[in-house]
Design a protein around this ligand. Structure first.
Ligand code: B12
Length: 457
């Protein structure tokens, strides 16, 4: 039996970070526990006092694992979290000084979705022995069987399928659920499937993060038991964490389950695609406690949607909105201005569609595409993982915010949207421009630079 400590770095107090229930780390903890290992999950929302007093690190552990969910809030005006992680890791290293622990030290491991994107850089930066990219349960079980074998390896192992996902109920510890059930807008994630994302959006790294996972679907009875415990712990909001909820073959059954009488007052949300989205599905959703039907066309200009690699078109967005209206569902449409090929004209077209088709509160709008490794956008700009660790964005036209203010109806320009837009514009002006000639790639759109990158704070 190994003794394992998992530290949820996403629960550190950091500017721009609003911790959410750590379901990824919980999956790993649960798998290890079930196999008979001793595991402690250190979470600073549950145990804020542990930030000052590091005595919990003095217990004897064979493995200490860092859970890294986010790298940055993918927002032009926000700093990254990586330096905070590095500082925290330094504190852990100092506390584990082998001179004080009689020469031996635990194996240091890192994993999580944010980690998977920057595995190579983070293994070095955090000084860990081993990184696990993608779904980590199976590999962690192998590592826990013989931690010493990985000491000092500096390697990165690729996560694999885990049988337990379809075989056992995932039950979270009540104390951890209570700690998060008390947070503002408390919401907990639930996975319905483990399947790579087959969409080809040029900015999105989901397929890389979820790994080569061709399709496990959580049986409905396991999901019902998981949700029952979540509901019992006081959560009234869940988010299905699947890349696209309605690409799940049991999406209708899940909507039916949620619409039943088992979970009073429970509301939920998820990422949807405008297709498949038929009338029968919309009808079930309308009775299921669904808050908003989130879709991400990212632009509402036909050419831009093609540039961004969307696998649906404007007509399917229109049809989707019509169905939402017919069934009383509230759509939430994600738009990110400033992708490759964005011009005065494409901004105008997107704004026109928004003005004609959306109501106040149905638009979620951002400016600037965060370039992430393992994406077509990274390939297009020629930027590689180490280039991208600091928040890095596809170059945007300076006037884009002005165009939005001119084009969008005032119902979408609420005070908080205006603050965000102006903060983004101010941040973009201060960012380092990465000159096109310094890199392998060539830019489209005639920009003289390939990206905007935020200097570490
Ligand atoms: C669903 C989701 C959300 C939901 C979360 C709902 C909820 N309550 O849980 C919502 C919409 C709220 C959300 C918000 C945000 N998200 Co989000 N989200 C996702 C998504 C699609 C799935 C994450 C998930 O829960 N998966 C299911 C769990 C079980 O899987 P997992 O966490 O990956 O865990 C597995 C492995 O990673 C590994 N693992 C996990 N932890 C650990 C720990 C150790 C020690 C080890 C060894 C392994 C390990 O094993 C686990 C089990 O197999 C991912 C993209 C993706 N496809 O992964 C983005 C993603 C994680 N989000 C991301 C971001 C940036 C955000 C936001 C900051 C966006 C924003 N500006 O608002 C916020 C921040 C939220 C927060 N406060 O932390 C980024 C993070 C990378 C980055 N750029 O920093 C991702 C990768 C998407 C992207 N754009 O690249 N998100």
């Amino acid at each position: 039996m190994a003794r394992v400590l998992i530290i949820n770095l996403a629960s550190l107090p950091m500017p721009g970070n609003e911790p959410i229930f750590p379901i990824g780390a919980r999956c790993v903890e649960d798998a290890l526990r079930f196999a008979g290992h001793f595991v402690r999950l250190m979470d600073f929302v549950e145990s804020p006092q542990a930030l000052d007093d590091f005595s919990w690190l003095n217990d004897a552990y064979d493995i200490i694992a860092f859970a890294i969910r986010n790298i940055d809030p993918i927002d032009l005006s926000c700093d990254g979290h990586v330096l905070e992680y590095a500082r925290f890791s330094e504190r852990v290293h100092a506390a584990l000084d082998p001179k004080q622990t009689g020469g031996s030290r635990p194996l240091l491991v890192a994993g999580g979705p944010g980690f998977s994107l920057f595995a190579k850089s983070l293994v070095d930066l955090l000084g860990v022995d081993l990184g696990i990219s993608g779904p980590a349960e199976t590999v962690m079980l192998e590592v826990a069987a013989d931690p010493g074998a990985f000491l000092g390896s500096g390697s990165i192992l690729q996560g694999r399928r885990y049988d337990g996902f379809v075989e056992r109920v995932l039950t979270h510890p009540p104390a951890l659920m209570r700690a998060y059930a008390n947070t503002r807008n408390a919401m907990i994630g639930v996975e319905t499937m483990r399947r790579t994302c087959f969409q080809k959006c040029i900015y999105c790294p989901y397929a890389h993060i979820t790994g080569n996972n061709s399709g496990d679907y959580k049986p409905l009875v396991l999901m019902a038991a998981e949700i029952d415990a979540i509901h019992g712990a006081g959560f009234r909001r869940i988010f299905f964490t699947d890349s696209i909820f309605n690409s799940q073959r049991a999406a209708k059954d899940i909507a039916r389950l949620l619409g039943g009488s088992d979970f009073p007052d429970l509301t939920w949300s998820a990422y949807f695609s405008p297709k498949p989205f038929d009338d029968a599905f919309a009808g079930l959703l309308a009775k299921s406690g669904l808050e908003t039907v989130v879709i991400s066309p990212d632009s509402l200009d036909a050419g831009m949607m093609r540039n961004l690699g969307k696998n649906f078109d404007l007509a399917s967005v229109e049809k989707f909105l019509k169905r939402c209206r017919a069934h009383g569902l509230t759509p939430m449409v994600n738009i990110v201005f400033g992708g490759p090929g964005e011009t005065r004209e494409t901004v105008r077209n997107t704004a026109r569609f928004i003005n004609e088709n959306l109501r106040a509160g149905e638009l979620s709008m951002h400016v600037g595409y965060r370039i992430l490794p393992q994406t077509a956008l990274a390939a297009l700009t020629g930027l590689t993982e180490p280039d991208l660790l600091a928040p890095t964005f596809y170059p945007i036209e300076e006037q884009i915010v002005q165009w939005l203010i001119q084009d969008l109806d005032s119902r979408f320009l609420t005070p908080s949207v205006m603050v965000n837009l102006l903060a983004g514009r101010a941040a973009a002006r201060r960012m380092r421009k990465i000159p096109a000639t310094a890199l392998r790639g060539e830019t489209t759109d005639g920009f003289s630079h390939v990206a905007l990158s935020r200097e570490p704070a």
